[in-house]
Structures are given as C-alpha cells and as structure tokens.
Design a protein around this ligand. Structure first.
Ligand SMILES: *Cc1c(COP(=O)(O)O)cnc(C)c1O
Length: 395
C-alpha cells in the first residue's frame, strides 16, 4: 500500500503574515524613530509609554511596576539577579517546558531542581514541587503552559509557608487570569514575552517584567541597563545585564495594544470551537483542553495522544501544519541532564508525567486570522483521525 500523497501545507502552524495589516505602522515607527531629533533608539519615551500603558491595563491594584526588557528570558534572569539568587541556591522548576526555565537558573549560578507536572494541566505539580523544597531552596518558578495557567493559588501558599520567592513564568500567558488576578500578578513577579508568536507578539525581541513589589521593580530597572540608575550615567550600582527595550518596537506595540483584546477574543473563539469538536474524542484516546474556564488563555492549542506522530502525518497529508512543544522533558535535554539528579542521595529522579506529555503533545494552528473554514478543516481532520484505527480503517 502506498502512503497518501502529502499535500502542500496550506495552513501553516507559524503564520508568516501576523503583521501584514500593521506594515505601515511598522514602517512609520522606523521612520519616526530613525529620523527623530533625539536619535534615541532604546529606553526612551515610547518604552516608558508602553510600560505605563501595560501598567494601566493591568491596574495598580494588580501591579506596582511594569519594566520593559529585551526578552522573556532576560526578564527571568533580571528577576533572579534582583532576588540575589546565585551559587548555592536551588530553584524548583517544572520538568516539562521551555529551556529558559532551566537555563536562566543555571546562568545565575544556581541549581534548577525539576518537579514533575500535573498530568492534566501540564504545569508544575505543587505537591511534587513541595517534596523538593530543601534548605537551599530560594524560589519556586512555575510556568503557565500552552493555554492553562499553573495552580498559582497553591504555589502562592507554598511560597508563603516556606518563605520562598515566587517567580511566575507567564511569558506566554498575557491575557489570562485566574480568580480575577491576571497571569503574571500571582508571583512576587512575572514576565511577558513579546516574541513574534506570543499573544502580544511583535516583529522582534522584547518583553516585560511585572511585579507587585515596587522595590523589586526598581532593582530590575537598574539591572536591565548595566546596573545604572537611569539618572547618573556610568555609575554602576550593581553588576547588571544588557536587557533594554527598543523604541521602534515600543512605538509599534503602542499601535498594536488597542487591538489586543480583539485578537485574544478571536483566539479564544477558535480555541473553544476546537474544544467543542474534540470533547467526544476523549474516549478514543485524544485528550483536548476543556472549553474556556477560569485560568485559561488562548495561546497554543495542544492535544495529547499516544498516536501523536500518526496524527501529525495525517494532518500534514491534509495541508495542516502542527508543532511539537516540547519533544523531551527538560531533564532529558543534553544541556540540563548533568544538572538533573534528584534532590539528594537516593534513587535517580523520574518525571513520568513530563515524559508522557513530551511523547503525546501536538499543537494545532491557532492565530487570530485563522478563518472559520480553516478551523473547521482542522477540526474535521482531527476528528477523522480519531475515528480511525491505527491502520487507517474506519471503526
Ligand atoms: C516564550 C517563553 C519564554 C521566553 O521568552 P523569550 O521572549 O522568547 O525569551 C519563557 N518562558 C515561557 C513559558 C515561554 O513561553
């Protein structure tokens, strides 16, 4: 039997045209900053305006400061530095997620201790995290994943009970909220990433740190520009980073901000549609996130199936691109494996839920300009797959 021909990809996973409608605004921003008399390209008035606009959007009851920086990753590094977390310290991070969760902790000279994830939320399991808290633990670093917020009330409680810092990796969760509190506002501090594909993505690198702790915000402001205080040039109060924000991107993001809620709503609509179509597939081994609900945000739409690679091929044959975030748990990455022993003597640590999620996850296209017809084509294709046995025969 010959395999069906693979159709050309008609629906990309990473849409190449996210900013097509904003091209003129981008060119205007380049021209305005490029020809401005101040010739100020970083950390100028537009960056300050963007910080202010995001602060206002979240509300002063939720955050004390929003500080623009050069990426979500560097936001995490700034927070670790601002909290004086370094050699000899441990930070509890999820075993499943993106590289910065482990890399920023190692870069700070501290040790990431990997906790298994909750098998349903796919975010760090608070009980697993608690079991790893020891005398060297300084902080908990849970991350929101795909479209589900981590159990922040549980992590807030753990951090308070053990006297730990709580850093919330909300890099991809801008627009989410749990019990009325926005993603990023549960921890001592959180971050948002503006890298292209994120919910408030942009055509370049950038992000923000947001914090309820004004002193922490001030420390991050100093650290993002080589430890200077913004008043006295070449007076370095602390060993800082270069994590500044670009004025062209600030102007562009100010232009995009009013449209953010509309784009989030459209993403949520498509995501809810998928969940309605996929709900009946649970007893056929295809697990989809439930429709809507508290603590949800429409970033990436991810299903779980043991037949992940077959589903991926089935979709590709129908012109639908998909993506595997992340194919292996963090402790199984060559870069992190040497640092991934258990918390002390005893058997090697294992992360069965992280391993299972890495084996089974597949993400489907989800972006605001996906059409209803495209979403329907994707949902039909997934349902057709789940209605067939592994040999492709209808059940
Ligand atoms: C995207 C992302 C980051 C990193 O943000 P960058 O801006 O790409 O550095 C960190 N954590 C999570 C959970 C992310 O999704």
């Amino acid at each position: 039997m010959t395999a069906p021909p693979i159709a050309a990809t008609e629906i990309p996973f990473f849409a190449p045209d996210l900013f097509d409608g904003d091209r003129d605004a981008l060119l205007d921003a380049v021209r305005a900053i490029g020809t401005g008399t101040a010739q100020k390209f970083i950390l100028g008035e537009h960056t300050a305006r963007l910080e202010h606009a995001l602060h206002t959007r979240l509300g002063s009851d939720q955050v004390a400061d929003v500080v623009a920086c050069s990426s979500g990753t560097s936001g995490l590094s700034l927070l670790l530095a601002a909290m004086d977390i370094g050699p000899g310290d441990e930070v509890v991070v999820p075993a499943f997620g993106c590289a910065p969760l482990a890399a920023t902790v190692l870069d700070a000279g501290a040790r990431p201790v990997f906790a298994d994830i909750d098998p349903v939320r796919l975010t760090m399991d608070p009980a697993a995290a608690e079991a790893l808290i020891g005398p060297r633990t300084r902080a908990l670093l849970p991350a929101h994943m795909f479209s589900v917020m981590a159990d922040m009330p549980a992590f807030r409680d753990l951090a308070d009970r053990y006297g730990l810092r709580l850093i919330e990796d909300s890099a991809l969760a801008q627009g989410g909220a749990l019990r009325g509190r926005p993603a990023g506002c549960w921890g001592d501090a959180g971050v948002y990433s503006f890298v292209q594909v994120k919910t408030f993505g942009m055509p370049g690198e950038g992000g923000v740190v947001l914090t309820r702790d004004a002193a922490l915000g001030r420390a991050v402001r100093v650290l993002r520009n080589h430890g200077q205080d913004g008043v006295h040039r070449f007076v370095h109060h602390r060993i800082g980073l270069n994590s500044r924000f670009d004025e062209v991107m600030a102007l562009f993001q100010l232009h995009r901000l009013p449209g953010l809620d509309g784009r989030l709503a459209r993403r949520a609509e498509i995501s809810a549609y998928y969940s309605r179509r996929f709900a009946p597939l649970a007893d056929r081994g295809l697990i989809a996130p439930p429709e809507g609900g508290d603590g949800r945000f429409p970033y990436v739409y991810t299903v779980l199936t043991e037949r992940r690679d077959a589903l991926r091929a089935h979709l590709a044959a129908r012109g639908i691109a998909s993506h595997v975030y992340y194919p292996r748990p963090l402790p199984a990455q060559p870069a992190f494996a040497p640092h991934a022993a258990g918390p002390g003597p005893g058997p090697a640590a294992v992360w069965p839920h992280a391993e299972s999620a890495a084996r089974r996850n597949l993400s489907l296209p989800l972006y605001p300009h996906l059409t209803d017809a495209q979403a329907e084509h994707i949902a039909d294709a997934v349902r057709a797959f789940a209605g067939t046995d592994p040999n492709g025969e209808r059940r």
